[in-house]
Design a protein around this ligand. Sequence first.
Ligand SMILES: Cc1ncc(COP(=O)(O)O)c(C=O)c1O
Length: 473
Amino acid sequence: MMPGKKFAPGLDLPITLDRTASTSIYRQLCEQLRRAILDGRVSGGTRLPSTRTLAQALGVSRTVTSSAYDELFAEGYLEGRHGSGTYVRTDLPPLPRQTPSLPNTLPRWLEKAPPLVYEATIPPQAIAFRLGIPSLSSLPLRVWRETWGTVTARLPPNSHGPTDGDPTLRAELAAYLGRSRGLACTPENILITAGATHALDLVVRATLSVGDCVGMEEPGYPSAQQTVLARGGRLLLVPVDENGMQVERLPHGPAAPLLVYTTPSHQYPLGTRLAVDRRLALLTWAQANDSLIIEDDYDSEFRFDALPLPALASLDEVGRVAYIGTFSKVLTPALRVGYLVAPPQLCERIRQLTYLTDEQVSWPLQQMLADFIARGIWIDIFDACGISMRKSDASWRKLLHPSRISRAYVGWKLACMFILNWNPQFRPRASRIWLGSAMSSSPLLTPTILVPLTVLVCFWAMQAWRSLRFFTA
Ligand SMILES: Cc1ncc(COP(=O)(O)O)c(C=O)c1O
């Protein structure tokens, strides 16, 4: 008979006693209690259950539990407090913890996994000195609460949702993308995903075999590169200049990559736009080489210096572009919602994949975003973002010498991102706490001075780097 696992009451400690073993039951109990004290699962000062309660819980006689306690008393692990029971001694010396020694070598099932970069989540900070983190200041809490209220007042459906996402949200997105990005898509071409990175991963999973080549911008979005590597793809890095990816560098014929990932509207991280002649060349190249272009349109809701060009996918008449968008920039990455507009066959393949793995965004969130778009709140949010973006653009343009502006393209965009990332809840008092009391005495160290100063330093660093990269040839 298999020994049964029981729990010592009040300790949440599993005890397994095997009556068929050669070691006596009381010794087994004694050994398990001792081990629990030694490895810290039962800490100093813990009150043990009475011998009677423990005996009942374990289904043994009271002699067994009394003998086990007696032995632990004798060894010095326990102490009795008059009238109040038996306790683990509080003055036990620090005990050497037994940590299981893990093998240094990788197990067979992890051996072939490619090494990936993992970045720990950074906790919210007073000022987000990071690219790509949206400001929440344009999203009023009242509107947020109201929309959640409307959605949660409805009963959810009593079944799994469609694998490609909530039909209302897909319909709203199809209309929005038609209006603002020139995409002639129907809700059937749209799949709701858990963000842009998830959308990219789905395309890669649906199309790529281990060893297949993917063209990627250099410099480019590191997570996209990691996503391809994680799925066994090979990277073909294509340089970027002030007109975007150098499309003419893409090889033809058997060496042509199966997929090409690009950020044509606002190249990440340089901020340039893919010139129209290159857009057309890229589409022609994809058609000639039977390849797929993945367009990551991650932040085209923002208006930087000029209106964004229509999406690259809007020029595609032969189903060569998979278009990716996200709610991460205009709302927050915490939502984890994005979308993919793909040619019908690819859509079908991805629907099969997501059906298999049940990768879906939760119903209330999709309903809420559909409401956001339908009621125009979505547009209000990025209009507000656009206004503050344009304001910061304008002040930077005034602040800096006009002849330098064009050469400092990347730099001032970076500056705008920093200004947008300003957290309105961050007040001078908080800044003093943040900076430490020693520094707070200086009137110069206020956020009003510190923020532009830091931005300027970053700006100059970026400008120097860009000049080196593009103008040394
Ligand atoms: C170029 C680019 N694509 C995609 C993303 C991530 O989008 P998501 O949060 O929707 O995965 C980012 C985020 O910074 C990005 O910079």
